[in-house]
Design a binder for this molecule. Structure first.
Ligand code: F6P
Length: 548
């Protein structure tokens, strides 16, 4: 099946939205809320969450218009093409099968042979990850001096880091604490120095996560880890042989194609876990990239995470567009970006364990939908992508919320909270939890309705500032999985409407190439700079002059 992009502007639903945009001018949330049924009409149940869209700049009948747009843009067909294993990542000629990572039995029935095989391969890797983790956690796999592994350090960047770190910080408090995880991504040497501070090499295990096994930052940190390990073991008199030590202390997560490179580095073949070509880095948190999570949190927690993802996949694929909160949230994002000209989108989790969520969503959303050409290579004539940013509530209220309440930008915001704390609380702590939830609720009302009439201009909050409330019961592995799947599908739906490829990332390649080239010059003081631009030349010369 060929899936040619159509310019969304030419869809009948787009035209209707244009008319609607004209007709809502002058309306505001205070007026809209005169309809006592509004919140009911615009609230959706998704798994363990309620999603309240009523504080958005839409008429309450707009879900049907959004459903028309989604349908005319071909979201249902494209979603089916995705799970059938068609190469919807057309620029790279690859299938997009991250939903297979948590697929229920029978998911691939009706799919082609290669999709069936993909499912089997995924299961095979997951089983290996679980049995490896059980052996490590049960003390069967041991390090030098028969030490148990106490810390696993994940070395990776982008999708090989952001997802695992976000999930670890969200769920660490739920684990038995027997194995800690740390994360190192940046090529800044301080990053590695801090990541291993206080660790005993004899009880430290490294996972080198890199699909390409060629990313400069990751390989540099992996080499540094090797050096640190060998030196540390040597100082303790525990170094029996370099090959032995590296083989024992390292695992790799990479594509099958790059397994040879991992082995050359010193990883034993049985410690290499496959990352499949049909799983993009930013969609890989539930793949072998989650090895550090399976080790540190345990297979049971990881399995619950997968179940949460799966539940929302099922919801997404089986719920009609009009009732589908995911499709509605995606169309709202298009509505704000292309009709209101909103450039950014804030993500505000009212939960400290989700402090890494905005970072994770930045890659998921912006690497996916930060595209300027459509699937046929034509320059798009409307805004795509949104600049995602955010921070934890309530802290953010005392920082950038001023701009949300009184600034000149229109910033749609996702407020995320949970009714219950993840920890057992006593009476006093319950009161704190209630204060947290109250802030989450109060802020969306303040943004929507602003200050009382007659308030002095400098104190006036005009209101009519949109937000979506995503309210869960309790943060857990399962509900985190639900949340991740929601955002993965939101990104997908927006990409379909915009007619872009949400699954390639050629924009980051140029920077990767240039950094290699510049490194070649920077590292050779006095090298010939006649070929580089004057600014690059001056910066390199300044560096040569002032580095110690
Ligand atoms: O940052 C660009 C990118 O290509 C991401 O898409 C990817 O997640 C990251 O680099 C890491 O790539 P790798 O897993 O191959 O090291």
């Amino acid at each position: 099946m060929t899936l040619s992009p159509q310019n969304p502007r030419h869809l009948p639903a787009w035209e209707k939205l244009e008319q609607r945009f004209e007709s809502i001018k002058g309306k505001d949330l205070a007026t809209w809320f005169q309809d006592p049924q509004r919140t009911e009409k615009l609230s959706f149940a998704v798994g363990d969450f309620t999603v309240d869209l009523s504080k958005n700049l839409i008429d309450s009948d707009m879900p049907s218009l959004f459903a028309e747009l989604a349908t005319q843009a071909g979201i249902p067909e494209r979603a089916s093409a995705m799970v059938r294993g068609e190469a919807i990542n057309s620029t790279e000629g690859r299938a997009v099968l991250h939903t297979f990572l948590r697929a229920p039995e029978g998911m691939a029935s009706g799919a082609g042979e290669s999709a069936q095989k993909a499912l089997e391969d995924i299961r095979g890797v997951l089983e290996r990850m679980y049995s490896f983790a059980k052996a490590v956690r049960g003390g069967k796999i041991r390090m030098e001096g028969a030490r148990r592994i106490k810390t696993v350090v994940n070395i990776g960047i982008g999708g090989s880091d952001l997802g695992p770190e976000m999930v670890y910080s969200a769920l660490q408090s739920r684990s038995d604490g027997s194995l800690q995880a740390r994360f190192v991504s940046n090529v800044d040497p301080s990053s590695f120095i801090e990541a291993v501070k206080g660790l005993d090499p004899a009880s430290t295990f490294f996972v080198v996560a890199s699909k390409s096994f060629g990313t400069q930052e990751t390989l540099s940190n992996a080499q540094e880890a090797k050096r640190w390990l060998l030196k540390g073991l040597g100082e303790k008199g525990l170094l029996e042989g370099e090959k032995e030590a590296v083989g024992r202390h390292f695992a790799a997560v990479c594509s099958a194609e790059k397994a040879g490179k991992a082995e050359e580095f010193g990883v034993r073949p049985e410690n290499v876990f496959e990352m499949f070509p049909f799983i993009g880095g930013r969609y890989s948190v539930d793949s072998a990239v989650g090895l550090c999570l399976v080790l540190s949190l345990g297979p049971d927690i990881f399995e619950r995470f997968l179940e949460g993802l799966r539940a929302v996949d099922e919801y997404f694929f089986s719920t009609s567009a009009e009732e589908n909160a995911i499709i509605q949230m995606a169309m709202l994002n298009v509505w704000y970006a292309d009709f209101f000209g909103a450039e950014t989108h804030a993500v505000l989790p009212y939960n400290d364990y989700l402090r890494k969520l905005p970072d994770y969503l930045q890659q998921l959303t912006m690497e996916s939908n930060g595209k300027r050409v459509d699937l046929s290579g034509r320059q798009v004539d409307l805004a795509t992508g949104e600049i995602y940013w955010g921070g934890v509530g309530t802290n953010s209220q005392h920082s950038f919320f001023q701009l949300l309440h009184q600034g000149t930008h229109l910033i749609p915001a996702d407020f995320i909270a949970f009714a219950n704390n993840s920890n057992p609380l006593d009476k006093e702590e319950e009161e704190m939890q209630e204060k947290l939830v109250s802030n989450f609720i109060a802020q969306t009302a303040a943004l929507a309705f602003g200050t009382e009439p007659g308030t002095a201009e400098e104190k006036r909050c005009p209101g009519n500032r949109p937000s979506t409330s995503i309210f869960g019961r309790t943060l857990s592995a399962y509900t985190l999985g639900e949340l991740v799947a929601m955002y993965e599908h939101i990104v997908f739906c927006q990409g379909v409407v915009w007619g872009i490829n949400s699954f390639d990332q050629f924009g980051v390649e140029l920077g990767k190439k240039l950094s290699q080239k510049v490194f070649g010059l920077v590292s050779q003081a006095g090298s010939d700079l006649s070929e580089v631009d004057p600014s690059t030349r001056r910066l390199i010369e300044w560096y040569w002059e002032y580095r110690s």
